[in-house]
Design a binder for this molecule. Structure first.
Ligand code: BTN
Length: 243
């Protein structure tokens, strides 16, 4: 496994995707940067991170997913890896907000962006981008963002978190490979943000409604129990949890 350390780059995800397009790159190769000039978030958002304060990394994962139906298992494995590492660093009240934001209490401390490319029907290559807020102390205009340092009132060593995350991701990927998906999903559901709690939601056409999160389907859809007692599955662009 190699770790490529960069001072500045547009996006570590883009860097790793380009690298693997142009040359053969080992499985679990990691790219870390001090600063991104065009960090990408989910659904076309921009990911901002103060230079040198946080963990900005991407990791190449191949030969783990065999087909399209399995794609969300990797989201589960990665989100849990971060959660497990943060638990070891004593970060309190952790949960995974569907699909894969890592929360401490009601605040997001880590975002994950997984970009999959299909090399063939059975060959899927994933670039897993992780933005973990570690030592940043201020989040202007982002009232729902926080960092490990803010919640734990402590500074952390970026390298030691990085090593732990890589180790845990490899371990959880080995669970996918050995078909121990039930274990992963059980822990994911145990830590799912607001599971079984009545919540307000907004759909894609700005309708607001009440519901209760019952779980996430194997394809990665959020399963919400509605007021008429039906359970509806929502994709990522179809629903927002209001909290
Ligand atoms: C989200 O919107 O929650 C996902 C954020 C993912 C950010 C990380 S930072 C490292 C990697 N490179 C990127 O451009 N994005 C991801």
């Amino acid at each position: 496994m190699s770790i490529i350390k960069l001072n500045a780059i547009d996006s570590t995800n883009n860097f790793l995707k380009d690298l693997s397009r142009n040359q053969s790159v080992d499985n679990f190769t990691v790219v870390v940067a001090q600063k991104q000039t065009n960090g990408k978030g989910q659904m076309g958002a921009t990911w901002y991170s103060e230079e040198g304060k946080n963990l900005i990394m991407s990791i190449l994962i191949k030969d783990v997913l065999q087909n399209y139906d399995e794609i969300f298992h990797l989201n589960v494995a990665v989100a849990l890896s971060i959660l497990q590492v943060l638990e070891d660093f004593d970060i309190p009240n952790l949960s995974v907000k569907w699909p894969n934001d890592i929360m401490s209490d009601q605040k997001k401390i880590c975002g994950i962006l997984i970009e999959n490319s299909f090399k063939s029907n059975t060959k899927i290559e994933s670039v897993v981008g992780i933005g973990l807020n570690v030592n940043q102390n201020k989040f202007d205009n982002l009232p729902k963002a926080s960092s490990m340092a803010l919640v734990a009132k402590n500074e952390f060593n970026l390298d030691s978190i990085l090593i732990n995350i890589i180790f845990q991701i490899k371990k959880n990927c080995s669970w996918i490979l050995s078909n121990q998906l039930d274990k992963l999903w059980k822990v994911y559901h145990k830590h799912l943000f607001k599971i079984n709690v009545p919540m307000a939601f907004e759909d894609a056409i700005q309708n607001r409604f009440m519901g209760i999160i019952k779980g996430v389907s194997p394809e990665g859809k959020l399963q919400v129990l509605l007021e008429d007692n039906s359970v509806k599955n929502y994709g990522i662009k179809e629903i927002q949890i209001l909290f």
